[in-house]
Design a protein around this ligand. Structure first.
Ligand code: MLC
Ligand code: AMP
Length: 491
């Protein structure tokens, strides 16, 4: 079934209820709430405009636009006409975007504004859409038809497009709506970006299945979120949301009177933040675990014990196992690489069958690259990552990609990029460099990176060394560097 068909069934009973309510102190970001009728109508108009531009079922529509209600309607319009939504981080530079355009070969590219012959600005597309009659059709889709391609950087430095099907999204949305106990009257406070799984799929799909009102902020701002909490019942965020709320003077239980559920994910929630949040507000944050390739995988329980430092139990119909280096499942409680299988699991990477095969076991389990233990009850604890990945403020930064850019800078002989503990972002990006001759100025490095690398991926600390530590195989010992520079941001 087309995911949109399921959502629109839920909208049916709530057509005149508020759907997305743009809110924000920043000038121009507030406006009247769009009702579910408005959203349905706007998606039908976007669907008509896309068809008018030649978009057919299965065609990719690549979108890099600021967060807005129209952008959500566009997403729904893409689903509705059976096309494949390809969202991009607004921070990506032209060089990064050029790769995605080449890789996804989209029929239409929607940008903040028209840039080049292939790109239409979202404002212009919305004007086109409004001038057309809404197209009420919902393109029939099978469970295994693609709904989206979400790019996730790879340990090889080359981004991979994770193909996400209607079946993947539908099963995950229904499961989360159920296990997180969505109920009539729930209001979601939405402060996440809408180009990643968390803000786009997890948050919006659960709210839409519930036909809930969504307080839609352009971005996370701790004071603004605090101001709006009394109007909401559910907040979903990355751990940085919670540590920043705690840093608000006087923040506490009085701010959270109407909230029934705080959800955290995308990066580890520290036991300290979990504990401080409970002490200050009385709320035990519900931590869940997921990834682009599989949506949500595990969750702490709504009603049972939410244990700090764990990510809870597999979602219904999802199987997990921790596997040793020999490929065999480890004993209960032992650490292994987490593998997963279920209706949420993607079918593979766009145009990369070999890469897909490398990460899929013969029995259909996917190798997440996360290190975890599973206890006797099935509760999962993540203990680290087998993959070389830094997560800063919930955004993934793959060191190899940053190293490749650094190594291109004249004067840099080689580099190693690592994550170091960061009080605000969880981890911060650190570069350790070897000079060809003498160290390059930080400003020169920054300017060189600016040309091709989104700024959230930039190292903010640079260290020059004579040699990188290597093991007997010649591989850079990142664990040694992580130890050596562990105070880079917290010293
Ligand atoms: C912004 N900056 C970051 C950053 N966000 N740097 C490192 N990591 C980040 N996450 C940099 C900008 O480049 C800029 O630097 C400066 O910080 C200020 O930018 P900003 O936009 O004002 O930042 P801020 O509002 O403070 O954003 C922080 C944040 C945001 C944590 C609120 O990053 C955020 O919303 N993160 C959520 C990410 C997310 O949705 N992840 C889900 C992935 S899905 P300069 O130098 O340019 O000025 C997934 C699966 C799953 O992982 O399980 O959910
Ligand atoms: P992404 O590629 O952005 O989908 O990121 C997925 C990765 O984020 C996972 O493989 C984990 O390493 C990490 N992640 C997601 N949720 C959590 C969590 N609750 N705790 C720790 N790591 C997490």
């Amino acid at each position: 079934m087309n995911l949109f068909a399921l959502l629109s069934e839920r909208f049916e009973a709530a057509l005149d209820c508020p759907g997305l309510a743009p809110v924000g102190a920043a000038a121009g970001t507030s406006g009247p709430a769009w009702t579910y009728r408005d959203l349905d109508d706007a998606s039908a108009r976007f669907s008509a405009a896309l068809r008018e531009r030649g978009v057919e079922p299965g065609d990719r529509v690549l979108v890099q636009v600021p967060k807005s209600v129209e952008a959500v309607a566009l997403y729904l319009g893409v689903l509705r006409c059976g096309a494949v939504y390809v969202p991009l981080n607004t921070a990506y530079t032209e060089r990064e975007v050029a790769f995605f355009v080449d890789d996804a070969s989209p029929r239409v590219v929607v940008g903040a504004e028209a840039a080049g012959p292939q790109t239409v600005g979202i404002g212009a597309l919305w004007e086109e859409a409004q001038s057309l009659d809404p197209d009420p059709a919902v393109e029939p889709r099978r469970d295994d038809d693609l709904a989206a391609i979400c790019y996730t950087s790879g340990t090889t430095g080359r981004s991979k497009g994770a193909m996400i099907t209607h079946g993947n999204l539908t099963s995950n949305a229904l499961a989360l709506h159920e296990i997180w106990g969505f109920e009539p009257g729930d209001v979601l406070l939405h402060a996440l970006p809408i180009f990643h799984v968390h803000g786009l799929f997890v948050a919006l799909h659960t709210a839409f299945l519930n036909a809930s009102k969504v307080l839609f902020l352009p971005r996370f701002d701790a004071a603004e979120v605090r101001r709006l909490l009394p109007e909401a019942t559910v907040l979903m965020g990355v751990p940085t949301f919670y540590s920043r709320l705690l840093a608000e003077p006087g923040f506490g239980g009085a701010d959270c009177g109407s909230i029934r559920l705080f959800v955290s994910g995308s990066a580890p929630l520290t036991e300290a933040v979990f504990g401080d949040f409970e002490a200050r507000t009385g709320h035990r944050i519900l931590e869940r675990y997921g990834m682009t390739e599989a949506g949500m995988i595990t969750s702490n329980p709504l009603l049972g014990e939410r244990v700090a430092g764990t990510v809870g139990f597999p979602l219904p119909d999802v199987e997990v196992r921790a596997v040793g280096e020999d490929g065999i499942e480890v004993a209960v409680g032992e650490v292994g690489t987490l593998e997963i299988r279920g209706p949420n699991l993607f079918p593979g990477y766009w145009g990369l069958p070999e890469k897909t095969a490398e990460e899929m076991r013969d029995d259909g389990f996917f190798v997440t690259g996360d290190l975890a233990s599973v206890d006797g009850e099935g509760r999962v604890t993540l203990v680290g990552r087998g993959k070389d990945l830094v997560i800063a403020g919930g955004f993934n930064v793959y060191p190899k990609e940053v190293e490749d850019r650094l190594d291109e800078v004249p004067g840099v002989a080689e580099s190693a990029v690592i994550g170091a503990p960061h009080a605000d972002l969880g981890e911060g990006v650190v570069a350790v460099l070897v000079a060809e001759d003498s160290p390059v100025e930080d400003d020169t490095l920054r300017a060189a990176l600016d040309a091709g690398l989104a700024r959230y991926k930039h190292p903010r600390r640079f260290y020059w060394v004579d040699d990188l530590p290597r093991n007997a195989m010649g591989k850079v010992q990142k664990n040694v560097l992580r130890e050596r520079y562990r105070d880079a941001y917290c010293g």
